[in-house]
Design a protein around this ligand. Structure first.
Ligand SMILES: [Zn+2]
Length: 104
């Protein structure tokens, strides 16, 4: 092989190595893009929660309302009284099933 041929072969190997790096960079960029979209969605949800807090009414038409469902999901959900004691009022959300306890 001529010197020119050998130099061309080295150049081809360098170029081939760059193809592998390009693929690795593209893969990494796709992962970063996905992570960015995920973070943006979480940021949007967090901002939405603050907006929903302004709208939250703890009591509507005589019923106590779940403090989690409207903030997390935008759903107004009633709290149903469940077996409490004379010292403890207990409620369960009809949607998320979370139990809330308050001193009577
Ligand atoms: Zn709930």
């Amino acid at each position: 092989m001529s010197l020119e041929g050998k130099l061309r072969q080295i150049a081809r190997e360098v170029a081939d190595a760059n193809v592998d790096r390009i693929l690795a960079f593209e893969k990494e960029k796709l992962e970063l893009d996905a992570r960015q979209r995920e973070l943006q969605a979480k940021l949007d949800a967090a901002n939405l929660a603050n907006d929903r807090l302004v709208e939250y009414e703890p009591r509507t038409k005589g019923d106590y309302m779940c403090p989690k469902c409207p903030i997390n999901s935008g759903i107004a959900a009633r709290l149903k009284p469940i077996d409490g004691t004379d010292r403890l009022d207990r409620f369960r959300c009809e949607v998320c099933r979370e139990v809330f306890e308050f001193p009577a």
